[in-house]
Design a protein around this ligand. Structure first.
Ligand code: CTP
Length: 399
């Protein structure tokens, strides 16, 4: 299940290094191409010959071979890898990783790696529980590393507790799970609308709303992280996208968003409509700045097109169509009406009654209602990134 995946295994100086032999054997058995980097101390626990034989590649320890000056390029290895797995990872190595220390090949490769990094700690229970170690693990987690939790049981010291490296089978399962998740939407294209729209009144003023676009951008990132291509039709926001799977189309007014959506939707596998589109726009945009005069100014507004409803009409059987509803009363009833009127497969309800949900915050609390009329699924308050995962997990059930 890891066929063709390029995995670098970094081994540090822990007694659990002996398990790295089984780990590498299992990875190779799953079809992975494995290269091993060892620290100088790791060689005291398991021989490079064992690891080279199992991985079918020479072992990398030093920056160069002192015999012939051959250079082990940490940059090339870091770029080559689809995943970098540091197992076992000692407290010392994790402390260095958390602080960007680069005094051996394993660490310089860590800093050069562009791929996801998995860390399987191994140490005595008191070292593991120490606040300094826990802080380092937290730092590694927040900068995007995946920690494969150690397991409880008897330790080499004779003590018993949490600190033994996860069993090689469990580490391999974590990698398989990661790769299958990572590619679950490969070959699919989804459109996401995000942010507010701005409806011009005159050359300097507009009618807008408080939408930040965060929910739509989080969904676009989540889709892309599962290998989907994303067309992000975005109203004006302060957000950035760095993923080359995301093609961003910037629009300002509801009419432009409508045009971009009508053009792009037919070629997609589905769409998620998170944008807070203005329901009304100005009947006329003044060519020059409106001057302050008189006691009253009346603006004439006309309805915009309901983009979701229009796409609902042209939606093909196979396309998945998801909408949002922001409600402050009769929430479920109103959301169900929108689900039907816009021909959605499911609708994500935000209630303004819930603290931490809705506009301009980084969290959200959602309820999902689907057209199969199952019980509404109520989720707890989460970050918008986690909410995006829940929504895309639901979307995958429709594929
Ligand atoms: N939507 C849209 N185009 C519009 C208005 C809404 O695509 N002109 C989409 C939103 O992106 C969302 C869904 O329709 O996915 C519901 O939006 P919402 O503002 O909650 O509902 P409205 O249809 O505008 O109804 P109302 O404002 O009366 O609640």
């Amino acid at each position: 299940m890891l066929k063709g995946k390029k995995i670098v295994v970094g081994i540090t100086g822990s007694i659990a290094a002996y398990k790295a032999a089984i780990l590498v054997r299992l990875l190779v058995k799953e079809g992975a191409d494995v290269k091993v980097i060892m620290t100088a101390l790791a060689k005291e626990f398991i021989t490079p010959l064992t690891m080279a034989t199992l991985s079918k590649h020479p072992i990398m320890v030093d920056f160069y071979n002192p015999e012939n000056g051959d250079w082990n390029s940490h940059v090339e290895t870091g770029i080559w890898a689809d995943a970098y797995l540091i197992a076992p990872a000692t407290a010392n190595t994790m402390a260095k990783m958390a602080n960007g220390v680069a005094d051996n090949l394993l660490l310089t490769t860590y800093l050069s790696a562009r791929c996801p990094v998995f860390v399987a700690p191994a140490m005595d229970l008191d070292m593991y529980q120490h606040p300094a170690t826990q802080r380092n693990i937290e730092v590694l987690r927040t900068i995007g590393n995946q920690i494969i939790e150690p397991e409880e049981g008897e330790l080499a010291s004779g003590l018993s507790g949490k600190g033994r490296m996860a069993e090689p089978e469990h580490i391999v399962t974590a990698l398989i799970r990661y790769f299958s998740y990572k590619e679950s939407l490969a070959g699919k294209t989804f459109m996401v609308t995000a942010g507010p729209t701005h409806e011009s009144i005159d050359p300097v003023r507009f009618i807008g709303n408080h939408s930040s676009g965060k929910m739509g951008y989080a969904l676009a990132e989540e889709l892309a992280s599962r290998s989907a291509n994303v067309i992000l039709v975005s109203g004006p926001t302060n957000l950035h996208t760095h993923n080359n799977r995301i093609k961003r189309i910037n629009v300002t007014a509801a009419a432009e968003m409508y045009a971009a959506c009508i053009e792009n939707f037919p070629s997609t596998d589905g769409a998620i409509m998170t944008a807070a589109v203005a329901d009304f726009t100005t009947a006329q945009v003044s060519d020059s700045k409106i001057k302050r005069q008189g006691n009253r100014l009346t603006l004439e507004l006309v309805p915009t097109k309901d983009i979701a409803a229009e796409l609902g009409k042209i939606k093909k059987e196979k396309q998945i169509f998801v909408g949002f509803a922001l409600e402050n009363e009769h929430e479920l009833e109103n959301a169900r009406k929108k689900l039907l009127n816009k021909n959605l497969d499911f609708i994500v309800l935000n209630s303004l009654q819930d603290k931490g949900a809705g506009f301009n915050v980084s969290t959200n609390k959602i309820t999902i209602i689907d057209k199969k009329n199952q019980e509404p699924q109520v989720f707890r308050l989460k970050s918008k990134q986690e909410v995006a995962k829940d929504i895309i997990n639901k979307l995958e059930l429709y594929l």
